[in-house]
Write a protein of this length. Structure first.
Length: 111
């Protein structure tokens, strides 16, 4: 592994470890949902209306793990934090694997 690759992986690991800030900080400051992760109902309350296109596309994608929380609704903050970190690491691993496979099939053995 080259020095730049080691720096990349270190940076990605640090970012994965920092992901729980999205749930910790709103909890500390009593701010509600993490910024940008609002439901359509919450967004309508914040903005005053729901854009038609957003309303139409809101249910297009359902996350495999709702709220990145493996513990389910009402789980402890510790379980939520560990779930966020695990979700980040799983996402990094999946994207890394996809990039590896794409490069493996598109690059001709150094030729």
């Amino acid at each position: 592994m080259t020095k730049s690759q080691r720096k990349l992986w270190t940076g990605l690991l640090i970012m994965a470890l920092l992901t729980p800030l999205g749930i910790i900080l709103p909890e500390i400051f009593n701010a509600g949902d993490a910024w940008g992760e609002w439901s359509t109902e919450t967004l309508e309350k914040l903005v005053g209306y729901m854009p038609e296109g957003l309303q139409r596309l809101a249910d297009l994608w359902k996350a495999p793990v709702t709220d990145y929380n493996f513990g389910g609704e009402g789980s402890s903050m510790t379980v939520q934090i560990m779930s966020y970190i695990a979700s980040g690491l799983i996402g990094i691993a999946i994207i890394g694997l996809v990039i590896f496979l794409i490069s493996r099939f598109t690059v001709k053995n150094g030729k």
